[in-house]
Design a protein around this ligand. Structure first.
Ligand SMILES: [Zn+2]
Length: 234
């Protein structure tokens, strides 16, 4: 795309003001080859600008608290696309439970350390039988956790390329890792790249996309990247 750049020559140029002359100095137009402007931008983990509400699509998912279902465009797109794809892969599965994203303009949300910038969402996991409750999260034991259904959901999300990280309890991570490697869906090397199953408290700083965090036996905490692919800033 050819972008017209306005360059000013001279030392006393000013922008158009209410009182003074529009421009002092000499303006020239220069054509320069610039990268295509994608319109994609960075985002914040602490406030939400240009938030989008997750639409009500009961065939695909249920929102527990619609007032806390605001996110960035990337987050909303991720949930809709993943839920749609997951339903196509598993038409017999129950709709996914969607917990809190963020409130309309972001900021503090009761019960969470994060969920302030529209880049975090709590998403239900499948109990064996591809089943999720309709309006709450239930802690699942390792034997209740459905590795096949949950891997379909998670891998669908990963394939969008929009995921920064996913937090989940280490027992479920271990189950997923074992399932994907034993069934040949991932090599051990690929699994090591995706899963961090050894826990640790500083989970926000860990490498690996899927990481342990306490309090995540009932749902995934998903953080998305910004539209330009960067991580959400402060
Ligand atoms: Zn969360």
């Amino acid at each position: 795309m050819v972008l017209a750049l306005l360059l000013t020559l001279g030392t006393q140029s000013t922008f158009a003001g209410e009182y003074g002359p529009a421009v002092e100095g000499e303006w020239v137009v220069v054509d320069a080859e610039m990268p295509e402007d994608t319109g994609l931008s960075g985002c914040s983990a602490t406030y939400l600008q240009d938030g989008v509400v997750l639409p009500d699509l009961p065939l695909f998912y249920t929102r527990i608290v619609p007032d806390a279902a605001w996110g960035t465009q990337e987050m909303v797109d991720l949930i809709v696309e993943s839920a749609r794809h997951t339903r196509w892969l598993m038409p017999d599965a129950s709709p996914i439970i969607i917990g809190d994203l963020s409130v309309r303009y972001g900021g503090f949300l009761s019960g969470h350390k994060s969920h302030r910038g529209g880049v975090d969402a709590d998403i239900g996991i499948y109990r064996r039988g591809r089943w999720q409750p309709t309006n709450r999260f239930d802690d699942l034991s390792a034997k209740d956790f459905d590795p096949e259904a949950n891997w379909l959901l998670i891998s669908t999300m990963l394939q969008t390329g929009k995921i920064d990280m996913i937090l989940l309890d280490r027992s479920h991570i271990a189950t997923l890792r074992s399932y994907t490697v034993k069934s040949g869906l991932l090599t051990a090397e690929e699994a090591d790249y995706i899963f961090v199953s050894d826990g640790g408290s500083a989970h926000w700083e860990r490498t690996g996309v899927i990481r342990h965090a306490p309090g995540h036996k009932s749902h995934l905490h998903v953080r998305v990247l910004c539209g330009d692919g960067s991580k959400a800033g402060g």
